[in-house]
Design a protein around this ligand. Sequence first.
Ligand SMILES: [Ca+2]
Ligand SMILES: [Ca+2]
Ligand SMILES: [Ca+2]
Length: 211
Amino acid sequence: MERKAVSGIMLILLLASTLMLAFNIQQVKASETYDVAVTNVMPNKHGHEKHYVYRTWTINVNVTVLNNGTEPANITVSAYYNESGWHEIGTQTLTNLAPTAQTTVTFSWNLARVNLCNHTIKANATLIGATDTNPANNEGYSWVKVKMIGDVDGDGDCDVDDVFIYISRAYGSKIGDPRYNVQCDFDGDGRVAADDVFLHMAAYYQKRYSC
Ligand SMILES: [Ca+2]
Ligand SMILES: [Ca+2]
Ligand SMILES: [Ca+2]
């Protein structure tokens, strides 16, 4: 009798511990999360944030992506700009981004075919092979304003102010010089030189545009 009671208790204990183990495994599974996020979108020229740009420039769009989940993630990152609908700037794949890690993807964007004035930039991150548990943070936004060549001060024209206040001051400078002003560097090559004035600006002098 006594032995039977003991083995009965043993059996109950064994069952209970099996159940607890199963519950623990369930808990581990339930705590896995998949969540990627776009934390920053930054248009930049020569490594500095720039929103005022020219069609003669190629700029970078930096998209910062965070793996906010608990598992390594493969992610598709895409960037777009708006001009009567979304147009793709580029798409790249991030492989095995570690949990809590953040990385920046750089897209090169040639502005030659982009119209003047304001454009929204959108970037999104999409998990490959898993479902994002928090899709609300998968997009990020920024903007650029494409100016007419020669409109250094951004007031809608290329006139004496642009030439005598800004270009004359920056003329002959290069990146790193205190006088260098990227807004006077119309071809975006890192120098404010004769090409910028005579090849690019001259054709726009005394022209206006409106946004
Ligand atoms: Ca997410
Ligand atoms: Ca102007
Ligand atoms: Ca230049």
